[in-house]
Design a protein around this ligand. Structure first.
Ligand code: PMP
Length: 421
């Protein structure tokens, strides 16, 4: 069956034909047959240079040989034990060595679990109920944070099925706005357990913090005994070896991780100050658990991946990112397209927006119809980016200079298509 036939059949079995909403792009998503390095091949025999990379985990590209070899070995000696392994310590050391805020870690199974648990932990630590997030930030699909969410939820108001009582303690403020946050903390500071933030907003495109904004948030949280949580599910081991907190030089109290930490297999983690982490069960009163937490397959994939990520690796990845972003900038300058190219390190996006984007409201001003024409034209030319203006595109070390040049050429054509009258 081809992708179209598979999607039609799939709709009988899965709501919308998919197992996660953003995948259901129109008229139908391509169904993947296999993948390797920078490329995906679909059931129709077409090949794509992949900048979605499973929405972030695959910093080494698909089916990295070392990851495949070591995970395959692990498969032959068991997939879940229900009791600890030495490899969990090995991976914890890799995380702690890299992430500046990490003194202790707990592994879990997804980014969603990581943020849910980190928020519970912050509430347990402070004895306060309220939490603050930034408009458009996405922290996973659990009830407390699906308030003015980004990602799939950016196109839905919120979600049905979440009692108002559940989200009444979730306060949202615009990103990059010191004044509004100061006002909120003046009013509510004593009741706020934590501020959870994507350091770089990766679920409404790619929005960097303004210079000084992170330092400001760090200072105001410290002054008010509020736990600062950096949600680095995307940026952890992506923005730099030590994530966005190392890149920008600001250290939170807790950090949530996902995606790259599991080397392409399901995994999440939260980590941070020992004083706070020690409150988790069985040591402390904050409950958190999981049958597959720290499972040997994901842990091995994490080790096999992180051990390949050194400073030279990030330098090379940044060089590739700069090459692609430089090409995009030249195309835009030459043609005088009214768009905003953004990104750094191995992340990039183009906002179809005439003005700079500093927060969710700015991002919403983007011309989604033009973006969609751009996306479809890229797809036709064998370049796959996430099908939404409000996602970020990623580069892996498996992307060759030839891939990047081909992609630049395709972007030139696709921008032209998007702006065609
Ligand atoms: N936090 C951020 C910043 C994310 O981007 C995501 C997922 N894209 C999550 C949390 C949730 O992670 P998961 O999909 O693994 O549950």
């Amino acid at each position: 069956m081809n992708s179209e036939e598979l999607f039609n059949e799939s709709k009988n079995y899965f709501p919308g034909g998919v197992n996660s909403p953003v995948r259901a792009f129109k008229p139908y998503p391509f169904f993947v047959k296999n993948a390797g390095g920078s490329k995906l091949t679909d059931e129709d025999g077409k090949s794509y240079i992949d900048y979605c990379l499973a929405y972030g985990p695959l910093i080494l590209g698909h089916a990295n040989p070392k990851v495949v070899r070591e995970v395959s070995n692990q498969l032959t000696i068991g997939t879940a034990y229900g009791t600890p392994t030495e490899n969990e310590i090995t991976l914890a050391k890799e995380v702690i060595d890299r992430i500046p805020s990490a003194e202790m870690v707990r592994f879990c199974n997804s980014g969603t679990e990581a943020t849910m648990s980190a928020i519970r932990l912050a509430r347990g630590f402070t004895g306060r109920d309220k939490i603050v997030k930034f408009e458009g930030a996405y922290h996973g699909a659990h009830d407390y944070v699906l308030v003015k969410g980004g990602s799939g939820a950016a196109t839905l108001p919120d979600s049905a099925g979440i009692p108002v009582d559940t989200t009444k303690n979730t306060l949202s403020v615009p990103f990059n706005d010191e004044e509004i946050l100061t006002d909120l903390i003046e009013r509510e500071g004593d009741n706020i357990a934590c501020i959870i933030m994507e350091v770089v907003m990766g679920n409404v495109g790619c929005i960097e913090p303004k210079p000084g904004f992170l330092e400001f948030v760090r200072k105001i949280t410290e002054e008010n005994n509020i736990v600062l949580i950096f949600d680095e599910v995307i940026t952890g081991f992506r923005a730099s070896r030590g994530g966005a907190q190392e890149y920008y030089g600001v250290t939170p109290d807790l950090t949530t991780l996902g995606k790259i930490v599991g080397g392409g297999l399901p995994m999440g983690a939260f980590c941070g100050k020992k004083e706070i982490m020690e409150l988790i069960a069985p040591n402390g009163p904050v409950y958190q658990a999981g049958t597959f937490s720290g499972n040997p397959i994901s842990v091995q994939a994490g080790i096999s991946t992180l051990t390949q990520l050194n400073n030279a690796f990030y330098k090379e990845l940044e060089r590739k990112g700069n090459f692609l972003r430089g090409n995009i900038q030249s195309i835009i300058d030459d043609e005088e397209y009214n768009v905003q190219p953004v990104g750094f390190s191995s992340m990039f996006q183009i906002y179809f927006n005439p003005a700079p984007v500093y927060n969710y409201a700015d991002a919403q001003e983007s011309d989604r119809k033009k973006f969609l024409r751009y996306f479809k034209s890229l797809l036709k030319q064998g370049v796959f980016i996430p099908p939404s203006q409000f996602e970020c595109n990623f580069i892996s070390n498996a992307h060759s200079m030839e891939d990047l040049q081909k992609t630049s050429d395709a972007i030139e054509i696709s921008l032209h298509e998007a702006f065609k009258k």
